[in-house]
Design a protein around this ligand. Sequence first.
Ligand SMILES: C[S@@+](CC[C@H](N)C(=O)[O-])C[C@H]1O[C@@H](n2cnc3c(N)ncnc32)[C@H](O)[C@@H]1O
Length: 221
Amino acid sequence: MKRKVITTSDGSTSIEMEEWGETYHSIHGAIQEARHVYIERGFDKINKPVIKVLEMGFGTGLNAFLTLVEARKQGKKVEYHSIEAFPVTEQESSALDFSALYSTKEDELLFKQMHQCSWNELNEITPNFNLHKIHSTFEEAVVNQCFFDVVYFDVFGYQFQPDLWSVEIFKKVYDALDTTGVLVTYACRGPIKRVMKEVGFTTEKVEGPPGKREMLVAYKL
Ligand SMILES: C[S@@+](CC[C@H](N)C(=O)[O-])C[C@H]1O[C@@H](n2cnc3c(N)ncnc32)[C@H](O)[C@@H]1O
């Protein structure tokens, strides 16, 4: 399916799936949404010196880069695993602009390195941030069990890929989470909440990012 790089309302870029009109992030602001959903409601809630993250959909690498920046600020270490079946091309990744997040010239290089590093092995991006990009579909990916502190569930909308908001996929991430683990997602539909509950999650609706009233946080315990 054809994709194009777009600019969102906070000046940061994202990607649009042209046939669907579905974007990788909110058009109201990619950085703003990603920070609210995944960092503030997910990463920031984990009170550990080393945090293990599982992301569903590496995409532009924005969530990964925001996590690196936040971990650096908080003096934490991160092991970041991210599943992606359809990686962005080199042309797409060089057209992405997340420069608002860069505090030095080196940050731009770190972002590039995240895209250029090899798949299916752990790469040291900085001494405090290791990245394991898993080139696979969500359906086929094999992930560690009882291992992750937080899951960033960032798949395309329910109306486009309902099969990814299924018992099978949520069971996979439920099993991958440590007992105190938490899952965050931008979505909040009733059927999604019901599937989460079916696999054992306790769900909580919280305030969404600008442009979206609510989002979901799900706890394994
Ligand atoms: C909403 S975007 C993710 C955005 C990403 N987290 C970011 O920060 O840019 C959804 C991602 O899921 C990927 N994807 C779609 N179907 C998939 C599947 N069946 N298995 C694995 N990845 C898939 C897409 O290629 C896309 O990168």
